[in-house]
Write a protein that binds this ligand. Structure first.
Ligand SMILES: [Zn+2]
Length: 94
């Protein structure tokens, strides 16, 4: 029986494998030398961002799915309101 000393990793990696690294690795060569291209768009609850690998020069889209929202105050800071019901204006009843 001959066992290979090196574990041959398969590329491109699966979505599952990619997510396991938190998206911080190139799915085609495993490099962490990545650069966001600043291109992206939102379609409903889906969002994508273009990423380029500086080693193998492949590019791909990171796909994000809407998970939650965070309210912001007038200063643009996030307000922790998760789980709290929205206050209703009593005068708005009619
Ligand atoms: Zn790469």
């Amino acid at each position: 029986m001959s066992k290979k000393a090196k574990s041959t990793k398969k590329y491109p990696m699966s979505d599952k494998e990619y997510l396991r690294h938190g998206g911080g690795k190139c799915p085609f060569c495993g490099s962490e030398n990545l650069e966001g291209q600043g291109n992206g768009d939102t379609d409903g609850s889906d969002h994508w961002e273009e990423v380029l690998c500086l080693d193998c020069h492949k590019s791909w889209n990171d796909i994000y799915t809407l998970a939650a929202y965070a309210e912001r105050d007038d200063m643009g800071h996030e307000i922790a309101t998760k789980g709290k019901p929205v206050e209703e204006d009593a005068d708005a009843k009619g």
